[in-house]
Design a protein around this ligand. Sequence first.
Ligand SMILES: Nc1ncnc2c1ncn2[C@@H]1O[C@H](COP(=O)(O)OP(=O)(O)OP(=O)(O)O)[C@@H](O)[C@H]1O
Ligand SMILES: [Mg+2]
Length: 412
Amino acid sequence: MGLYAAWTLKHKPKSLTEVVGNKDAIQKFVDWVKSWEKGIPKKKAVFLYGPPGIGKTVSVEALANDLRMEFVEKNASDYRTEDAVHHFAGLASQYGSLFGGRRIVLLDELDGLTGTADKGGVKAITDVIKSAQCPIVLIANNAYDPRFSELRNYCLLIEFKKPPAGEVMKHLKRICEREGIQAEENALKFIAQRSEGDVRSAVNDLQALAQGKEKLTYEDVSWLGYRDRQDTIFNVLRMIIYGRTCMGAKQAVDMADVDIDMLFEWIYENVPAHLTDPHDLVRAMNALAMADVYRGRIRSTQDWSFTRYVIDYMTAGVAMARKNTKPGGWIPFKFPTRIQALSRSKAERAMQLKIGYKIKQKCHISANRASKEILPYLKIIFRNNAETAAGLAKWLDLDLEMVEYLTGNKER
Ligand SMILES: Nc1ncnc2c1ncn2[C@@H]1O[C@H](COP(=O)(O)OP(=O)(O)OP(=O)(O)O)[C@@H](O)[C@H]1O
Ligand SMILES: [Mg+2]
């Protein structure tokens, strides 16, 4: 797999033991599949349903793998035509394949059956189930769509629910172990809670935040608010960076959950990876530079009417920059590192103030002033004269963390 292999693929569960959450639903599903060994059961199909990204598809694949069954998968688009349905009916009419293995047939994403093929499609599926000789699995987000009312009579319905954050965390932990990332418990907890049970989006968040790191701290992740769910912001970025019209790119701003400054950071961070043609990139960066000029003007004059220029340059300006860049493979969007750096310096300011309090106790000046005026000298001393530093550390009663901060180096 390439540099950008998605972790949802790379770390996809191969066995049901790796699928988190929905234990009861999965057990029900396994029992039903195993019941085929004793003869064809009354319900020849199961209908798994539930919200996106929680492991419906992956459970079927993992089960086929665990039980060493021949796995035949079809998507809605595969059984639109009558020919396709006949072919698939043929597959479903035998329990075993030519080579002796047992077979399981999956019809995934039934919600995708739309348009004119629709009615006939569902009817054809019902017919196939009636004459099936092997287990058939149907999957949709909503099994209670009226289109499926007749079909439901022939299926064992199994609901998949959003796994609780603790379960999602287990999966994130396993990925970190495999990737060699030391992750803080509450960093993973934060990602898990933010995903609201959508394991796929939790894994995507984890990849964007942790890939290439040795450590993942709470600080690395906490700056993400609960609100800027990545789906939204990624869609917004796509509308801007891959936008074809000025209007479309501008409208993206209304969809964004983040404020203009934050959106600017997102665009600025992601433009270089997505506009690979140097001329396109120059045009986009010029547009962003202009947006930044107006941002500066707003800051200095407090005249917010400049906002529309900021928006025009950073959306339409960026969208229109794309002239020569060829559509490449899948390029992930990155979280803006400048914002991360800002939040890191927030932690740094907190540390400086803590040291300021220690100085205050000895020197009788405010902690704030101490952190601004005396701390820089301490830094120089701590970096150059270990002996004096040791004496000062003792006198000021600094703890290890503070000493580490002042020396800028753990070893010393
Ligand atoms: N319960 C889970 N345990 C482990 N990994 C999971 C789980 N759910 C999802 N994933 C990860 O997310 C990816 C997508 O999951 P999956 O395709 O099973 O979702 P789904 O429930 O079928 O969603 P959709 O309704 O969108 O098709 C998987 O490849 C896997 O990497
Ligand atoms: Mg699926």
